[in-house]
Write a protein that binds this ligand. Structure first.
Ligand code: ADP
Length: 169
């Protein structure tokens, strides 16, 4: 009977968890590709427990960058940002997990690599504001928009994780 009760409470627990599962968009920028940091960065997300549900290499057009960085379009450095995002193709990733947007932003660190704490991706690998290795969505709302910008529905996968219970128990 105890076993049954335990199992029951676990089911309730996991039902609630699914309300907080999120997907977020990460871009491995040309600075990551050029400096051979792709494996290192992907590995950090994997080891943390985020699930890769989409991943591909793409060249970013002017149009998609003007949309993606619309909030910076009037800045004097906008052309530089655009150019720096086009020196190599990039890798776009969709990551899923409990509160994934915040978790990934915390792992990424603030924009300026010189101000980012050691232990974060930007803090460990960047000394630049512009060449800061990764982009990560900053809210669940922008994650939804950004995932649609870079992935079709068929390119985002849903598959079981045998480690789910270990990760979120
Ligand atoms: P974040 O990427 O941390 O969300 P923003 O959305 O403000 O930051 O900026 C988008 C990207 O534009 C930054 O990651 C960085 O590559 C670049 N950028 C932002 N501000 C500057 C700046 N002052 N000079 C050069 N590049 C910048």
């Amino acid at each position: 009977r105890i076993k049954e009760k335990f199992r029951y409470s676990k089911v309730i627990f996991f039902n609630n968890l699914s309300d907080f599962m999120e997907k977020t968009l990460v871009i491995l920028k040309p600075s990551a590709i050029q400096r051979s940091l792709v494996g290192e960065v992907v590995s950090r997300f994997e080891k943390k427990g985020l699930q890769i549900v989409g991943m591909k290499m793409v060249s970013l057009s002017d149009a998609i960058l003007e949309e993606h960085y619309a909030h910076l379009k009037e800045k004097p450095f906008f052309k530089r940002i655009k150019d720096s995002m086009q020196v190599t193709p990039v890798i776009v990733m969709a990551l899923e997990g409990l509160e994934a947007v915040d978790v990934v932003r915390m792992m990424t660190g603030p924009t300026n690599g010189r101000k980012a704490h050691p232990g974060t991706i930007r803090g460990d690998f960047s000394v630049s504001v512009q060449e800061n290795i990764v982009h990560a969505s900053d809210s669940p709302e922008s994650a939804a928009v950004e995932l649609k910008r870079f992935f079709t529905e068929e390119e985002i996968f849903s598959y079981p994780r045998p480690t789910f219970a270990n990760l979120y128990a």
